[in-house]
Design a protein around this ligand. Structure first.
Ligand code: UD1
Length: 345
């Protein structure tokens, strides 16, 4: 079966996608520097896939900016890597404002190094983790892929820059098969509760914060703003179950492998938005836990509403989300309960 290189495969979205790819029969080489992830995630992925490491899942601790690490991954066992799934990157908005140089270095320079290594190793197929963050405060909601790209922070700038880089590479010579997947808000966990989101320190994002309050690691939730122009004053996001997202990667890879070389840019979202208060209510119902919260001030840089237009994904990838907000809450809660401190239990 074809061999794939997965960068950042131990992270939240990477680990769930590795599982989906293993279940689809691929052999994987993961390169990860474990700066924001744990090797334990990959051990659990192999357990879920009923494999004995390193059977079909080989792991290299390394940095995508290091050509030796990359070549080692490409040349492992002398088998050609057919495609790369590229997750490795930094993803915290706040941190990117304080430290833009590391974001440009890891996210943009890291992708340049990866593309160079791909050329050296005769691999021209890549699926890239992009983000809906590059639409900024879109006037059109639901947001189609043709919307204006208006990044509002350094993190978003680096995602937009990599998409531009990929378009330039795709135009520079024939044969490149490239998919940029613009994720909306990935949440939830594998229903087994064995793998999930394990942020270091205080979580920036809604779901990990919420589940940590519910388990008693944090006192209460703050809803960032109650005066947004939305149904209940809290802001609206398009949450997508991480297993749906993982399957979206498999669908994109299939299209790239089956069709002519191309540059494909698609939203991965559900097309349905929920407010923060709706998420809180659904979580309380699914967990049976009352979550203490207060309505606080708006968070700088937030936008009122972000919802995908999911039609192109359906048309081009024959893919749409299947899992509900209740399942996202249930699975995130099962993961949090079984692993109160993430992979470092
Ligand atoms: C954030 C990033 C986005 C990035 C994505 C990655 C910002 C401004 N945006 O998206 O660029 O691609 O994470 O996952 O950081 N909320 C609360 N209380 C909390 C936490 C969040 O009310 O304690 C609200 C937020 O205001 C937002 C929603 O919950 O409306 C989701 O927040 P979050 O999970 O941080 O995602 P985004 O801000 O949408």
């Amino acid at each position: 079966m074809a061999k794939l290189l997965v960068t950042g495969g131990a992270g939240f979205i990477g680990s769930h996608t590795c599982l989906a790819l293993l279940e689809a029969g691929f052999s994987l080489v993961v390169i990860d520097d474990f700066s924001n992830s744990s090797p334990e995630a990959l051990k659990r992925v192999s357990t879920l896939a009923r494999l004995q490491l390193p059977e079909r899942l080989q792991i290299i601790e390394g940095d995508i900016r290091n050509s030796e690490d990359l070549d080692k991954a490409f040349l492992l066992n002398n088998e050609l890597v057919e495609a790369v799934i590229h997750f490795a990157g930094l993803k915290a908005v706040e941190e990117s404002i304080r430290n833009p140089l590391s974001y440009w270095d890891v996210n943009v320079n890291g992708t340049c190094c990866l593309l160079e290594a791909m050329r050296r190793n005769r691999c021209r197929t890549i699926v890239f983790s992009s983000s809906a963050t590059l639409y900024g405060n879109s006037e059109r909601v639901p947001i189609p892929e043709t919307s204006l790209i208006e990044p509002l922070n350094p993190y978003a700038n680096t995602k937009a820059a990599v998409e531009t880089l990929l378009a330039d590479v795709s135009a520079s010579e024939t044969g490149w098969r490239i998919a940029s997947l613009r994720y909306f808000n990935p949440v939830g966990a594998h229903p087994s509760g064995l793998i999930g989101e394990a942020p270091n320190g205080i979580p920036n994002n809604l779901f990990p914060y919420l589940t940590q309050v519910a388990i008693g690691r944090r006192k209460d939730m703050e809803v960032f703003g109650g005066d947004w122009p939305t149904i209940d004053g809290s802001n609206i996001r398009d949450y997508i179950h991480v297993m749906d997202l993982a399957e979206g990667h498999c669908a994109a890879l299939k299209v790239l492998r089956d069709e002519e070389p191309q540059l494909l840019t698609v939203n991965l979202g559900s097309g349905r938005g929920y407010s923060v208060l709706e998420v809180l209510r659904t979580f309380e119902k699914e967990s049976g836990i009352k979550v203490p919260f207060k309505i606080g001030k708006r968070r700088a840089g937030d936008i009122p509403s972000s919802i995908a237009d999911p039609n192109l994904a359906m048309e081009r990838l024959s893919w749409k989300t299947k899992r509900t907000l209740s399942e996202m809450c249930r699975d995130a809660w099962a993961w949090q309960q079984a692993n109160p401190y993430g992979y470092s239990n």
